[in-house]
Design a protein around this ligand. Structure first.
Ligand code: HEM
Length: 406
């Protein structure tokens, strides 16, 4: 089988599950050639992905978590600065501590009523039309509004910033030269305005808290703030959007499962959402770099080599999941690794779960005869997986007769 986990074409209709299965079976730690680089180890079994993600002593997040080395970022003049996603403990621990209290289960749960209201508003905007692009008009709206609310910026600006995220995550070969770099610069330009605004008028939001936060007794400087800002917008945007869009495709392709879910939505949604996370796995990979020679899956990783964890493959590993290639919305337990694990495990996962539940509840109760109305178009990216266009058709559900309540 031809293995190519780099070219965006391999991801043109979602994860390359056939390649993953071949690798898990035949070369679970596989040396992958890289046309413009030294090559990397592709890790595809659940157990090995788990060990690499938790084993920060052997596998570093520096200099980057992308397969390509950070020439582009260096060219933008980040100097010695980096996002916490690309730091190791103890430095990473100190930075993550600055915002982790905003993302705990109870603090995230406090946001539920507001997120439910946003979901209602999003569906209100399209329900009478009878058709829409599910990605841009529903799934993408939610995370851009939520991030905007968290940071304390206008909702419409969240939407514009989110468009920049999509450009950043699109493979460079399928868009204009340096489009990604320009999008990062635009994001920073906006972030500088946020710094000025929040310094002049501090508020009860994450942007203000970050500007007032200290690491080792020193406040974050502008660049450190901008990198946090970029990380939050980037990490929380098209991940959630893609889960919702690819998740909807999975539901519509499995009508029996969808009917099971709708028969008792409030009680069945939590398990269903976790299975959709396993099934769609929006983040394709994270890279680490070996700090020392380390054995892994029968190979020896040499110091300095790149090691790439394929979460979508780990989530279909039959050694970990019974009937791994079957969508089973009632699956329990479901120890998927769609949010990663270890020190960098997704900080926004509790918020993401609330967003997902809010949108799916609205969509599945208010949209009747929901169906796909054209070919989905997938994001040409080997890093983030999901459709970027998904035309759907539906009828507004009829209100329940007076006297009946759910
Ligand atoms: C379905 C939605 C999401 C998925 C699938 C997802 C997935 C991930 C993954 C795989 C990682 C890397 C974990 C690792 O290296 O082990 C990550 C990190 C991160 N995510 Fe998410 N994410 C989602 C939503 C969100 C949201 C909504 C936010 C914020 C509001 C967020 C914020 C972050 C941050 C800040 C990090 C970096 C954590 C660190 O470096 O310590 N994510 N996410």
């Amino acid at each position: 089988m031809k293995i190519d986990l780099l070219s965006p074409e391999s991801f043109a209709a979602g994860h390359p599950f056939a390649q993953y299965a071949f690798l898990r079976e035949n070369a679970p730690v596989f040396w992958h050639e890289e046309p413009n680089g030294p090559g990397f180890w592709a890790v595809t079994r659940y157990k090995d992905v788990w060990d690499v993600d938790r084993g920060f002593q052997a596998f570093s997040s520096e200099p980057t978590i992308m397969i390509q080395d950070p020439a582009a970022e260096a060219a933008l003049g980040f100097g010695g600065y980096k996002m916490m996603l690309m730091m190791d403990p103890p430095q990473h621990t100190a930075y993550r501590k600055l915002i982790r209290n905003e993302f705990t289960v109870p603090v995230s749960a406090e946001r539920t009523p507001r997120m439910n209201a946003l979901a209602r508003q999003i569906v209100d905007a399209v329900i009478e039309k009878g058709e829409c692009d599910f990605v841009s008009e529903i799934a993408g709206e939610m995370p851009s509004y939520v991030i905007a609310e968290l940071l304390g910026i206008p909702l419409d600006d969240g939407r514009e910033l989110y468009k920049l995220t999509e450009i950043i995550h699109t493979a460079p070969e399928v868009q204009e030269a340096n489009a990604g770099g320009m999008a990062v610069l635009k994001m920073f330009e906006y972030g500088r305005g946020v710094i000025a605004e929040k310094r002049a008028r501090p508020a009860n939001d994450l942007a203000t808290k970050l500007l007032q936060a200290e690491v080792d007794g020193k406040r974050l400087d502008d660049i450190e703030f901008l990198l946090f800002f970029l990380l939050l917008i980037d990490a929380g945007g098209d991940t959630t959007r893609n889960l919702l869009s690819a998740g909807l495709i999975a539901l519509l392709e499995n009508p029996g499962q969808l009917a099971w879910l709708k028969a008792d939505l409030p009680n069945r949604l939590p398990a269903a959402r976790e299975e959709l996370l396993r099934w769609t796995t929006p983040v394709v990979y994270m890279r680490r770099t070996a700090r020392r020679d380390t054995p892994l899956g029968g190979e020896t990783i040499r110091e300095g080599q790149k090691v790439v964890m394929y979460f979508g493959s780990a989530n279909r590993d039959p050694e970990k999941f019974e009937r791994a290639d079957t969508l089973d919305l009632s699956r329990s337990p479901n120890e998927h690794i769609a949010f990663g694990t270890g020190p960098h495990g997704c900080l926004g996962q509790h918020i993401a779960r609330i967003e997902i539940d809010a949108i799916l509840s609205e969509v599945l109760t208010r949209m009747d005869r929901l169906e796909i109305a054209g070919d989905p178009e997938w994001l040409p990216s080997n890093f983030i997986s999901g459709p970027r266009r998904l035309p759907v058709r539906f009828k507004p559900s009829l209100p329940l007769p007076a006297g009946l309540c759910t």
